[in-house]
Design a protein around this ligand. Sequence first.
Ligand code: KIV
Ligand code: NA
Length: 266
Amino acid sequence: MTVPDIRALKGREKIVCLTAYTAPMAALLDPHVDLLLVGDSLGMVVHGLPTPTAVTLDMMILHGQAVVRASSHALVVVDLPFGSFEASPEQAYLASVRVLKETGCQAVKIEAGEALAPTIAFLVERGVPVMGHVGLRPQAVHVDGGFRAKGRSDEERARVIAEARAADEAGCFSIVLEGVAETLAREITAGVRAPTVGIGASAACDGQVLVTDDMLGLFEWTPKFVRRYADIRTTINDAVARYAADVRAAAFPGEAEVYRFKPKGS
Ligand code: KIV
Ligand code: NA
């Protein structure tokens, strides 16, 4: 998949996206999805951080490398983490170039309000494809005082619409819409050229993304918008309990799992 392939799906087919942070997971997801997102959610999901704000560019690059190595079909997009792009278009460009060169991914994602539109345009004009991210922006957790869905007040709705328009006009090839009301998602999706990819943003979007660990039941947290397609925590818990019991009962390893070399000359 390429950036123009993703753009061309708008109005034709739904775009299927999931997050990936590691090579084995990327290899499993790659044949099924159009886009693999190395999201800064990896700070909370993989590294046990309380918010995404502590995630560094080096962390994103390390995980991005693993995902790119293990995927061949999907477009791989890597999040620019908090603090790596906001100061200036130049800072964002240098961070993006590191990500693209060191991982081999095809695009970066930027969480941005209207103020960052010139930065997005600066990147796109210089050959860096950018996915936007508006609505609930987890990197703004300290400003918002938590992770809260957007679109309750007219003022908030107007702000999210302005963010989406600005991202579209700045040249984003796709825009993540997170945590917004269905009516708002529908209005934005109809009003921008870029395909919208929703998370907690209804079926009115041009595509969907979920955090893989959430939909597999691997990460202990279930926001309203997550559908659990598997219960991997229970599977792992049961397997590890059986292993522990087998080791304690000296039932593992067994006959088939032991090396026995025949003595020489026998
Ligand atoms: O970090 C992330 O995983 C994301 C997606 C949920 C859109 O930004
Ligand atoms: Na993110």
